[in-house]
Design a protein around this ligand. Structure first.
Ligand SMILES: NC(=O)c1ccc[n+]([C@@H]2O[C@H](COP(=O)([O-])OP(=O)(O)OC[C@H]3O[C@@H](n4cnc5c(N)ncnc54)[C@H](O)[C@@H]3O)[C@@H](O)[C@H]2O)c1
Length: 258
């Protein structure tokens, strides 16, 4: 895609094998974007970035980040900004906030520590990373922010994650809409996606019965593939999505229609 060839996509949570993040990073690279991989393990992030850079012949860097830690987020943003300033990476045009954790613990068995952990990675992480990368996008007059929510935010769980997860993913929808409204004239759009069940490793530990129950509630009768979710993220990062901001794009096989 020639219109995006001069831009870099930054992705959080993009080293997990079979994950939505790594699949999306490959898709951006296939379309000609420079790619930055930010995940908990810095070495793995750099390795994944190098593999993607080599395969698709695009500039690619990977760094350590804990999205829930402000200092860590600022260090990662500074590392990316330094490569952009040095001419090794095109300016950041897209930010995909994909890092997330889930929890299947029933409400009365949750602890406040678990609540904070799930809120911190999903909601506070999206806030911190967006705050770090947004100023340069506004300065460039062009940007696409895509935030990872979940159908769990819309219909109160029902996939795997329970109360803290649904609450955190719902917070992301509020953040998305309010920020989209606040910065609507800057050239930067902010949108959310709400996948249903996606075939990745995040539900490791889920039983066969749980998986069968999930599929029984999906009109299409199957999970989404990570590639199907990645396609939505790159669409919301494209020139074609210019007039979409504050939207929530459902990717759920018909499991939630509204
Ligand atoms: N798989 C699904 O069914 C599904 C459905 C809806 C939404 N989602 C969301 O999509 C996103 C990706 O999910 P996935 O299925 O690919 O999961 P995954 O577990 O395969 O990947 C999650 C990634 O986030 C990273 N991560 C976790 N905590 C982090 C932190 N503090 N800082 C930086 N990185 C961190 C992990 O290292 C991992 O690479 C998550 O936000 C998840 O909630 C998944």
């Amino acid at each position: 895609m020639s219109s995006t060839i001069q831009r870099t996509a930054v992705l959080t949570g993009a080293t997990s094998e079979r994950g939505i993040g790594i699949t999306t990073a490959r898709r951006y690279a296939r379309q000609g974007w420079g790619v930055v991989i930010l995940d908990l393990d810095g070495e793995k992030s750099a390795k994944v970035a190098a593999e993607i850079g080599n395969e698709f012949n695009v500039p690619a860097f990977g760094y350590e980040i804990d999205v829930a830690n402000e200092q860590s987020v600022q260090a990662a943003q500074a590392a990316v900004a330094a490569e952009v300033a040095a001419g090794n990476l095109p300016p950041v045009g897209a930010l995909a906030n994909i890092a997330g954790i889930t929890s299947p613990i029933p409400f009365l068995e949750t602890t406040v520590e678990l609540w904070h952990k799930v809120m911190d990675v999903n909601a506070t992480g999206t806030y911190l990373v967006t705050k770090a990368f947004l100023p340069d996008m506004i300065a460039n007059g062009w940007g696409r922010i895509v935030n990872m929510s979940s159908v769990s935010a819309q219909r109160g769980g029902g996939v795997f994650g329970k109360v803290p997860y649904s609450a955190a993913k719902a917070a992301i929808l509020g953040l998305t809409k309010a920020l989209a409204r606040e910065i609507a004239t800057t050239g930067v759009t902010v949108n959310a996606i709400t996948p249903g069940a996606v075939d990745t490793n995040i539900r490791v530990g889920s039983t066969e019965e749980q998986e069968a129950a999930i599929n029984a509630g999906i009109p299409m009768g199957r999970n989404a593939t990570a590639e199907e979710v990645a396609a939505a993220i790159t669409f919301l990062s494209s020139e074609d999505s210019a007039y979409l901001t504050g939207t929530t794009l459902d990717i759920n096989g018909g499991s939630h229609m509204h």
